[in-house]
Design a protein. Sequence first.
Length: 336
Amino acid sequence: MSMRSSRIIDVATSRLVVRGGFLLFFVWICVRLLGFAAWARGVGGYVPRPEAVAGILPVGHYTSFFAWLRGGGWDALLPAGLVIILGALALSLLFKRGFCGWICPLGSIWEFAGVLGRKLLGRNLRPPHWLDITARTLRYLMAGSIVFWLASVPIDSAIAFRTLPYMWVADIKIIEGFMTPVFLGAWLLGFVLSMLFGSVWCRYACPLGGWYGAIGTMSVCAVERDEATCIHCSKCTKACHAFVDVERVKRRVAAPECDGCMDCVRVCPVPTALQAKALGRIRVPYQVWPLLVVGLWLVLYAGAKMTGHWDTTIPDATFKQVISSGVLEQRTPGGL
Ligand code: SF4
Ligand code: SF4
């Protein structure tokens, strides 16, 4: 393969391009969802309702997901949320925190802030070790508690939650809430913190990231280091945005913080010293890893779409009725 085509493949499979693409797609579907809400309020032309925004409702959909696992049936009203959860779990089992590392739009914003910080300041600062460990431990405890709580919601309550009109339009409410002054201030604060310290939300706070990270420790594929050929140049450790000390890893990178970004493998000057591998044996070229992550994601989406497990079964007219009744302006589900 020529240097030029190799360079093109490198750029096409880079995090900037893949994550940027998913982020732009997410912004686009949010705009479409707001267009749908405007139509429902009678102030705009019809825009088909996009389903993928369901990913921003993890509490509601995880409650529904665990109810489904326990025999509560598939959510036919808003099924896209369950498909997204299944996709994120499948990625975690196969490609570390692949959802966090390549797809999550929120993570992409903080990641790009971290990259900007590294460009402007030379590096992201690392909190003292004791604080880093304490904050990460608290995050995993919080993630475990939340997952336990969601998994324990009685099946009847979870099924009843699916039928709440508030749940049907919660994605619109959240997107509109993101644009309020309080949230805009929080976005700005998060951006500045991420510029200084890297993705603080993903590392210390996001419960979903903790859950996917814990599952990712059992991932089929992972980065592996070969002590015999490593020349200890430290490039991998310096490249790792998740602060994994790759150079000192005995063999397999098991750290739950690893999101399979492949940056360490990309920069390693010795081809055999650091490689992504499946089952510890089969080499996965670093350019192929994101193709597998995105490919699996798209296959799951296409499969769900074609088999009727993606689109809502709630008619547009019902959404219009619910939204025009003012449910979006109510403060809590209890107000229904
Ligand atoms: S640089 Fe390597 S160890 Fe660090 S998150 Fe990316 S793949 Fe994992
Ligand atoms: S970049 Fe490669 S050679 Fe350098 S320390 Fe890491 S594994 Fe070893």
